[in-house]
Design a protein around this ligand. Structure first.
Ligand code: S3P
Length: 183
């Protein structure tokens, strides 16, 4: 059965969900929506400040609110925060909302991409050994990420290359009616 015309990008921190999502929205002619950004704008605080002042469980409840807001939309590229896919209830919504693509990244590349702005990642910022923490979290989360409809390796690729690969696969796989694409 065809999915609604949306593309949902999920994956670990540093997999490039936001930058790839913006590129992909251009290829597809879809609007771009970033879950973390929506939460930051709503709360007028950065993700780190939200974790610091309101706690992680408040942040997770904001992710649910964001999901409920977007769940009836079409023709969007949605970039999720790295943890937004992990609850089974949320996954069940996303998997019906559009074509879900896991951006795979190795722990080493994830670390390399985010090491200069670890302060923006509250789950890693206080860790003495961030790479070990990444390895641990990625191992725990990968079984859930692997439930996406499709996965793409991002190591040693630019966001634009990844976006193009996803777009070319989309044209082949046709997860939704391609007449919805406007480019
Ligand atoms: C998180 C990832 C972050 C952000 C928050 C929690 C996670 O998003 O939502 O810090 O649980 O993996 P990015 O994946 O965009 O860094």
């Amino acid at each position: 059965m065809a999915l609604p015309p949306n593309i949902i990008l999920l994956g670990f921190m540093g997999s490039g969900k936001s930058t790839t999502g913006r590129e992909l929205s251009q290829f597809a002619g879809f609007q771009y929506w970033d879950m973390d950004q929506w939460i930051e704008e709503k709360n007028k605080k950065s993700v780190s400040e939200i974790f610091e002042t309101m706690g992680e469980s408040y942040f997770r409840s904001e992710e649910l609110e964001a999901m409920n807001l977007i769940r009836n939309q079409t023709r969007y590229v949605l970039s999720l925060g790295g943890g937004a896919w992990l609850s089974q209830n949320s996954r069940e919504v996303f998997i019906k909302l559009g074509w879900c693509v896991w951006l795979k990244v190795s722990p080493e590349q994830s670390y390399k991409r985010i090491e200069n702005h670890l302060f923006k990642r509250p789950l890693l910022a206080k860790s003495e050994k961030p790479l070990d923490r990444i390895i641990q979290l990625l191992e725990k989360r990968s079984p859930a990420y692997s439930l996406a409809h499709f996965s793409v390796d991002t190591d040693n690729k630019t966001p634009k290359e990844v976006a193009l690969e996803i777009y070319e696969t989309l044209l082949k796989v046709k997860p939704f009616d391609l007449s919805q694409l406007s480019s």
